[in-house]
Design a protein around this ligand. Structure first.
Ligand code: GAR
Length: 203
């Protein structure tokens, strides 16, 4: 692709979803996009090492001690300096304001570890999502990739994949399987789809 869409990935932790995107790129499957920067809100996040290993520029924007507007101004500066056109939230554990999501309407995607509208919204993140799914006793869970708007986990759904729950599952075993069977597949695939839609002027 001559002019791939410039993609920034926002992270907070281990970055296995970032790794899935990096691997997808290395396999030549991200045809319509290119990762131009990885931004973390946490210093020392392992995701930053994954980015450096893949020779992707990184930045850290800390939330602590800043207002939401100041924090987002810092993010926007980093996004603009990289020329980012599409933003991926890959385990990014910060809520973004309406001002921010409006600025990047249909340009931010997020991966969430459940089948939205189950086990989602404020307070549902990371391992907690799987604890709640097991507590409720659902037999099927999964992952969702969706556009990000001002409602936490409330934007239009792009892709979903179901994962069966096993009797012996713990939150940790379920988290691992949801990542392997669902998140790491649908996040890179959704990114390619969204970049292609941007190129075609469909969104
Ligand atoms: C992933 O399971 C992701 O779906 C979840 O956090 C984990 C991050 O892992 N995100 C949320 O819960 C957002 N609401 P990673 O850093 O290894 O990609």
């Amino acid at each position: 692709m001559k002019n791939p869409i410039k993609v920034a990935v926002l992270v907070s932790g281990g970055g296995t979803n970032l790794q899935a995107i990096i691997d997808f790129c290395a396999e030549g499957k991200l045809e319509s996009g290119k990762i131009v920067k990885v931004i973390s809100n946490k210093e020392g996040a392992y995701a930053l090492k994954r980015a450096s290993d893949a020779e992707i520029p990184t930045a850290v924007v800390i939330k602590k001690g800043k207002t939401q507007a100041e924090f987002e101004k810092g993010l926007i500066e980093e996004l603009e300096s990289a020329g980012a056109q599409v933003i991926v939230l890959a385990g990014f554990m910060c809520i973004l304001s309406k001002d921010f999501t409006d600025r990047y309407k249909d340009r931010i995607i997020n991966v969430h570890p459940s089948l939205i509208p189950s086990f989602c919204g404020e307070g549902f993140y990371g391992l907690k999502v799987h604890e709640k799914a097991l507590e409720y006793g659902v037999k099927v869970t999964g992952a969702t990739v969706h556009f990000v708007n001002e409602v936490p986990d409330g934007g239009k759904i792009i892709m979903q994949k179901a994962v069966k729950i096993k009797d012996k599952d713990t939150p940790e075993s379920l988290q691992k399987r949801v990542m392997q069977e669902a998140e790491w597949k649908i996040l890179p695939a959704s990114l390619e789809l969204v970049c292609k839609m941007v190129i075609k002027g469909e969104i």
